[in-house]
Design a protein around this ligand. Structure first.
Ligand code: SAH
Ligand code: F3S
Length: 492
């Protein structure tokens, strides 16, 4: 959801806990290679939550080989960029980063690697365009990372992992989790949908589901390690099917995970309308742990545009799914992704998108101007909408959505909501909480509130966030807090 909105660089947990692997756990420094004794790495991540989580796993693999994370590329022996190519602008970011190493000595003696979607898309061309790069590896080849690192340590100058021909998922026992309270867990990798605008099937490879039993065991370990919120990830998370014969459906998996004692919040993203079933809504209805939140990208409100996009559903079919969600006993918050200015999108098509927004009344919308991408079918269509017109449509759509969100948030004034405190803004003296509906709710608090669940009454609202004050209830002396500095940063 909302790709390339996230950019982390060796992010630290809010409490600033040192990121060390537990003593004696797989810490055998390799006998050869660079900067022995002081082997350090730095990863900068662009793109979606799946990239963020992939970086956590890559960091785990590196730490198991004796590398230590550092906060700047200047201090690192290995510099890795985990890249996003969903839109042209996102893809360009890595080239501007690599430009810093082109001349002079900034990259001297360091290993520079490119991971993720741009790595897969550009492959060995990186070595010609940016000779300072030594490692190019797409996400479908991360299972080979230990071997590739071994080759670099043995002195190989250039190594690649670019095969997409895989049935494997990136399974690793060691993950350096950067968020102490919310744990990401990939349950399905790749995508077979081939939407005409989307680069993901070409960069992340075919769809492959992890086993249900392994997922539940991972979730149990995360809860044992102190996490109270888990977010299950996949490009189409609800296309997950247990690969075991007679395995569980996605809705059954949600129920099994939700039943783990100690888990407080369970989210999942991104759902595709084609695979969205009433069983998922039923699972939400019967398991309070499942959050009141569904992200269901629609991309366009016009059926002819949806057909050209190869989304596999019409406007009406999408609205049926929305009706099913609105029929839930819970007030489920809805968000979506929209592309404006897709090839051939007429003014009338665009107005259909505006009318869909007005009809559904989403709580959040991630909207993008169409950006033609390599290796997609859409590249063969004529990109007919001028850039200024795409910008005009985007601005109009965001303005409509701003009004909708403001109105919906105003209806929440006076309500008391439970938040998980995820951060603290020292300048404002405010704790940053998140509601089950994924809204940000700020209120006067302290740094020690981070990781705790609290009740907060909404006192003011804007289109993008809420403001409130804490409500003390009987028994609140013993607050329920998650994570903690002893918590399981190294779950599966
Ligand atoms: N299933 C994925 C979708 C990844 S792309 C997920 O996990 O969210 C995220 C969003 O980026 C898409 O839903 C779409 O709205 C937008 N997007 C994808 N390709 C695009 C392109 N070529 N131009 C503009 N926006 C695009
Ligand atoms: Fe992309 Fe469509 Fe798959 S948006 S990730 S091809 S569902």
């Amino acid at each position: 959801m909302g790709n390339d909105l996230i950019q982390i660089a060796n992010a630290r947990p809010p409490g600033g806990a040192p990121l060390e692997l537990p003593a004696g756990e797989g810490l055998a420094p390799s006998a050869t290679g660079i900067g022995l004794g002081a082997k350090t790495f730095y990863i900068e991540t662009f793109g979606c939550q799946m990239n963020v989580h992939d970086s956590e796993k890559v960091a785990g693999v590196l730490m198991a080989r004796g590398y230590r994370p550092v906060d700047s590329h200047q201090a690192a022996d290995i510099i890795l960029y985990n890249t996003c190519s969903i839109r042209e602008k996102a893809a360009q970011k890595v080239f501007s980063r690599l430009g810093a190493f082109r001349k002079g000595s900034a990259g001297a003696g360091k290993i520079i690697g490119v991971l993720g979607c741009v790595a897969q898309q550009e492959g060995e061309r990186f070595f010609e365009r940016t000779p300072q790069v030594s490692l190019v590896c797409g996400s479908a080849s991360y299972t080979q990372l230990p071997e590739l690192l071994g080759q670099l340590e043995a002195g190989n100058r250039r190594v690649t992992g670019l095969s997409l021909d895989t049935e494997d998922c990136f399974e690793t026992e060691l993950t350096r989790r950067d968020n102490l309270h919310r744990a990401y867990l990939t349950i399905i990798e790749g995508c077979d949908q081939r939407c005409a605008f989307c680069v993901v099937p070409a960069t992340r490879g075919p769809e492959r589901s992890r086993s249900g039993a392994k997922i539940v065991a991972d979730c149990q370990r995360l809860v044992d390690g102190g996490y109270t919120e888990i977010q299950l990830l996949g490009q189409i998370v609800n296309a997950w099917r247990d690969p075991q014969p007679a395995g569980w459906s996605f809705a059954e998996l949600l129920a099994r995970v939700a039943e783990i004692p100690g888990l407080r919040r369970l989210r999942f993203t991104t759902s595709h309308p084609r695979y969205f079933t009433s069983e998922i809504v039923a699972a939400i209805d019967s398991h309070p742990v499942l959050c009141n939140q569904i992200h269901l990208p629609v991309q366009s409100g016009s059926t002819p545009v949806l057909a050209r996009m190869r989304r596999g559903h019409t406007r009406e079919e999408y609205l049926e799914k929305i009706n099913c969600i609105r029929g839930s006993q819970r007030a489920i918050s809805l968000s979506t992704d929209i592309i404006v200015g897709f090839c051939g999108e007429s003014e009338r098509d665009f107005e259909e998108t505006l009318s869909l927004l007005a009809q559904v009344e989403y709580d959040q919308v991630f909207a993008f101007k169409f950006s033609p991408r390599p290796n997609t079918d859409g590249l063969g269509f004529q990109d007919t909408i001028p850039e200024e017109e795409k910008s005009r449509r985007l601005t109009a759509l965001l303005e409509l959505q701003r009004q909708i969100q403001l109105r919906r948030n105003q209806a929440l004034l006076g309500q008391v909501m439970e938040v998980l405190v995820e951060g603290y803004q020292p300048r404002l003296g405010q704790a940053v909480g998140r509601t089950t509906t994924n809204r940000v709710l700020n209120f006067p608090g302290e740094p020690a509130d981070i990781g705790c669940y609290m009740k907060v009454q909404v006192t003011a609202v804007g289109p993008n966030s809420l403001v409130g004050s804490r409500v003390l209830e009987q028994g609140d002396g013993a607050l329920e807090c998650s994570g903690g500095l002893t918590g399981g940063q190294y779950g599966s």
